[in-house]
Structure formats: structure tokens, C-alpha cells
Design a protein around this ligand. Structure first.
Ligand code: CAA
Length: 241
């Protein structure tokens, strides 16, 4: 029977590409979304991948949603914590709500997504935790004190989980995408994107969601068991660590 993969924020953007790639690799995929019913329905119609609606910032909703996924498809053995939001503003204009929303989704949301599946992974002696962090968690970014803090925090989560899970056959790794051609990046003021950001990318272009999805299928594989606690940077050489 195929392994079950859960992808949060899995019906749009990078998450959609991840869901599709995991399905193509033979996994049984469940994709979550937070609000866009229309897009989720279109995604399911196009792919046959079932979607589930919950807010990753809400622990109880996450635990109940994951229980439903497991009742429908079987135990979650691959979890991709991908759901994330931006609330960009210069720090002097950043409100507490902008801080709290981003922390709740991008950082606490990872805890809420992984924590409910962790005991089952430990019991079964197998698990793959893949967290989608960001280049901006590695290097910082003007306008993103909130986002960069959460994405750096996600790296701390992964490095710690890797050490806790290794003896139980569980790996935890992060992917740090650079600027990928999704709605989130297209929301950056056009002049800033074209005149400031793209010229900073030695590859001379935005990344494609599929380029991140391929990193996920690689890490999800049964053969990737010794890769643990690592970070894959996929950013067109914009930031080299
Ligand atoms: N890098 C370098 N310079 C930047 C910049 C960036 N990312 N963003 C803005 N600037 C520069 C602008 O070019 C401008 O310079 P000049 O004064 O010389 O013209 C200056 O900063 C002020 O910019 P704004 O006029 O836009 O000022 P603002 O206060 O209205 O907004 C901002 C500031 C919030 C930083 C806004 O410019 C912005 O949103 N920038 C993009 C921030 C960003 O990179 N977000 C990433 C979103 S995608 C993502 O998060 C996915 C991921 O993981 C990579």
C-alpha cells in the first residue's frame, strides 16, 4: 500500500506542485487549505487529490483534521509543513497583528502539523518531516522581520526534531526556497520585484514551484533515511550558505 503524505497549504502555489509531485511518485496524498474553497475544488477536480480545510494555526483543528485524514487514507508517514503567509511591512509600520498572524501560521503551524503525527511515526519506526522554510529565514529580509523570524525558527524545529527522531527512523529536513513564481511573490510591488529582487538572483529568474517539489520527493523517499536535520537551499544562488 502506498505511503500517505499530508501537505499543508497543498492546493495552491508551491504546495500544489508538491502535492502533484508526491502523487506522481506514488504516494497517497491529502492536501490542506485554509480558505479558498473554489481553488481547492478546482484542484481536486484536476488531480483527484482530496483536500481538507483547516487552519494550521489552530492546534485542535489540526489534530481533528489529521485524525480525519488518517481515518480516510491511513497513517500519515510523510508530512510536508508548507502552509505559510506573509504580512510584509517595514518594521516601524509592522503591527502586532501582522507579527502574531505570521507567527501563528508559519511557526506554531509547523508545531500543530507535526505534533499530532509524531507519536504514530515513532510507533511505526518511520517518518518523513519536511518543512518549507525560506531563503529569508537564512539571510533576513527588509520588510519581513515577522516572516524571517518564523522561517529561521522553522530551521530550529527541524534540526531538533532530526535529533529526536533519528533513532526511530524519522527524518526531519527543511527546504529553503528562494523567490519562486507564485502568487506570494507576485504580490511584491512589481517595481521592487523586477528592479531589486530579480537582479539579486544570479540565475536571472524566479524559481518554478516544481523545482521545490522535486526536493520534497527526494527527501520523502525511503532511500533518503540518512539525510536528517539538513537544509536544502533552492534559490538560484541568490544566497549561498
Ligand atoms: N530588497 C532590497 N531592497 C528592497 C526590497 C528588497 N526585497 N524591498 C524594497 N526595497 C527597497 C525599494 O526598492 C525602495 O528603495 P528606494 O527607496 O531606493 O526606491 C525601498 O526599499 C522602500 O521600498 P518601498 O517604497 O516599497 O517601501 P514600503 O515601505 O512601501 O514597503 C517593503 C517596504 C514592505 C519592504 C516592500 O517594498 C516589500 O514588500 N518588499 C518586498 C519584501 C520581500 O522581499 N518580501 C518577500 C515576499 S515573497 C516570500 O516571502 C517568499 C519567500 O520565502 C522568498
Amino acid at each position: 500500500m502506498s505511503r500517505v503524505a499530508l501537505v499543508t497549504g497543498g492546493s495552491r502555489g508551491i504546495g500544489e506542485a508538491i502535492s502533484r509531485a508526491l502523487q506522481a511518485a506514488g504516494y497517497s496524498v491529502a492536501a490542506t487549505y485554509a480558505g479558498n474553497d473554489e481553488k481547492a475544488a478546482a484542484f481536486t477536480a484536476a488531480t483527484g487529490i482530496k483536500t481538507y480545510k483547516w487552519n494550521v494555526a489552530d492546534y485542535e483543528a489540526s489534530a481533528a483534521g489529521i485524525a480525519q485524514v488518517e481515518a480516510d487514507l491511513g497513517p500519515v508517514e510523510i508530512v510536508v509543513a508548507n502552509a505559510g503567509i506573509t504580512r510584509d511591512a517595514a518594521f516601524h509600520k509592522m503591527t502586532p497583528d501582522m507579527w502574531n498572524d505570521v507567527v501563528a501560521t508559519n511557526l506554531t503551524g509547523v508545531f500543530n502539523t507535526v505534533h499530532p503525527v509524531w507519536p504514530g511515526m515513532r510507533e511505526r519506526g518511520f517518518g518523513r518531516v519536511i518543512v518549507i522554510s525560506s531563503i529569508n529565514g537564512q539571510k533576513g529580509q527588509m520588510g519581513q522581520v515577522n516572516y524571517a523570524a518564523t522561517k529561521a525558527g522553522d530551521l530550529g524545529i527541524v534540526k531538533s526534531l532530526a535529533q529526536e527522531g533519528a533513532r526511530k527512523g524519522i527524518t526531519a529536513n527543511a527546504i529553503c526556497p528562494g523567490y519562486i513564481g507564485t502568487e506570494m511573490v507576485r504580490a511584491i510591488p512589481e517595481k521592487v520585484l523586477n528592479e531589486v529582487i530579480i537582479p539579486q538572483i544570479p540565475a536571472g529568474r524566479l524559481g518554478e514551484p516544481e523545482e521545490i517539489a522535486r526536493c520534497v520527493t527526494f527527501l520523502a523517499s525511503d532511500d533518503s533515511g540518512f539525510i536528517n536535520g539538513s537544509t536544502i537551499s533552492a534559490n538560484g544562488a541568490q544566497f549561498v550558505v
